[in-house]
Design a protein around this ligand. Structure first.
Ligand code: PMP
Length: 428
């Protein structure tokens, strides 16, 4: 493949945009090479500025669950735009999408729309603190909840109990209120609660982790978290930015039959426009401004174009009774094909999958948390990534990401992907 125009555009972008990108992982830093500039996309395919076509497994990092330029979403946005793009006043469509979301997701009475997953998680934690009148939070190493200060804390040897910033600019003052736990390790969570008695406002978790590759929760891990939270007056916050409206109509809460106290959304809920949201039952949401004292706001929150896109997306997902099963079946087919191929080609691997989230970890060991995920062979991943790209298959340029399956993928696309996996891994 030739990337002539992408290379030129990247050089130009680097002059005026830090690293040439507006979100770091797009820069291919982890895998090397020049980022590909997208020109357009339709259905399962994305086209770059050099007219190369890729079968897309990023799907804008999750939102395009029904494929790119999905007609009902595009039409809804165009129609809405003609009536004005922002008012800073309430609009009817905000209530419509709120009603629909509340009807699809278990255990929520009210939902507040924001502009990104970051904002959703950040606001959810503020609300949890305001509601419980406690300061500390527990997050899990390897989980990503956006780039707000409290979440940019990563596990490290000295950072197990009290967080250490992993980004300059995050103060020690902020970091000390974020406690780190190992994913899937309930004993570790118990210890943290024990040593920080009566100080923990919430536990925030990706109910299926997607930001250290795909890692499912172990049997009863979420249930045990729920019980611990109930026992200690701690709120359980599900960050469903990835899993929401993807794993099931009602997201991970429905899939695992566990109620969270606050649920965060992003990605699919905006149909590809910038939308996030957080939701909870009335008792908690009544603490939010203007009803209560916990402040949160946004000039463009509930933006009509974003709401139109989100409403078209959620309506389709709500009406299609088989979409989540279809997605899971496609993902299972891909899983089986990749596993057989990698085994035949003697590539050490572990494939994790839940619904339409899947990733190949290049390690033979079970991958259950950040530490085991980090054991994956990054050189193999880099070679795999570039090989797949060359075969016209676009996966995320980082080993610590899930693949996002879209319903626009045909079985022929999946077969072509498996054939590409075979070709690429034959000589690895
Ligand atoms: N939470 C999770 C689970 C995510 O995957 C992401 C983004 N990948 C975020 C929060 C942050 O969302 P955004 O990038 O829209 O701010």
């Amino acid at each position: 493949m030739l990337y002539k125009r992408s290379s030129a555009l990247f050089k130009q972008a680097e002059q005026v945009i830090p690293g040439g990108v507006n979100s770091p992982v797009r820069a291919f830093k982890g895998v090397g090479g020049t980022p590909i500039f997208a020109k357009s996309a339709k259905g399962a395919y994305v086209f770059d500025e050099d007219e190369n076509r890729y079968i897309d497994y990023i799907n804008s990092w999750g939102p395009m669950i029904l494929g790119h330029a999905f007609d009902p979403v595009v039409d809804a946005v165009i129609e809405k735009a003609k009536q004005g793009t922002s008012f800073g006043m309430p609009t009817e469509i905000e209530t419509k999408i709120a009603e629909l979301a509340v009807s699809m997701v278990p255990n929520i009475d009210k939902i507040r729309f924001v502009n990104s997953g970051t904002e959703a998680c950040m606001s959810a934690v503020r609300l949890a603190r305001g509601f419980t009148k406690k300061d500390k939070i527990i997050k899990f190493a390897g989980c990503y909840h956006g780039h707000s200060d409290a979440f940019l804390i990563q596990a490290g040897s000295g950072a197990i109990t009290f967080g250490t910033p992993n980004s300059p600019g995050v103060t020690q003052g902020t970091a000390k209120d974020t406690l780190l736990a190992r994913y899937n390790d309930i004993e570790h969570v118990k210890q943290l609660i024990e040593t920080n008695k009566a100080e923990i406002a919430c536990i925030i978790i990706e109910p299926v982790a997607g930001n250290m590759g795909c890692i499912p929760p172990k049997n009863d891990f979420l249930k045990a978290l729920r019980e611990l939270c109930d026992m200690h007056n701690i709120l359980l916050v599900f960050d469903e930015v990835m899993t929401g409206f993807r794993l099931a109509k009602g997201g991970a809460q429905q899939l695992f039959d566990i109620n969270a106290d606050i649920v965060c959304f992003g990605k699919v809920i905006g149909g590809g426009l910038p939308v996030g949201a957080f939701a909870a039952r009335n008792e908690i949401m009544s603490h939010l401004a203007p009803l209560g004292p916990v402040y949160q706001a946004g000039t463009l929150s509930g933006n009509p174009l974003a709401m139109a896109a989100g409403l078209a997306m959620l309506t389709t997902l709500n009406n299609d009774t088989e979409v989540f099963e279809r997605l899971a079946k496609k993902t299972e087919y891909l899983h089986k094909g990749c596993a057989e191929t990698l085994k035949k080609n003697n590539i050490e691997h572990t494939i994790n999958r839940v619904g339409s989230m899947i990733s190949i970890h290049f390690t033979a060991d079970e991958v259950v948390d950040f530490e085991t995920s980090a054991k994956g062979n990054n050189d193999t991943f880099k070679a795999f990534f570039h090989g797949m790209l060359n075969e016209g298959v676009y996966i995320a340029p980082s080993a610590f990401e899930t693949w996002f399956i879209s319903d626009a993928l045909s079985y022929d696309d999946l077969d072509k992907t498996i054939a590409a996996v075979n070709k690429v891994t034959q000589n690895l």
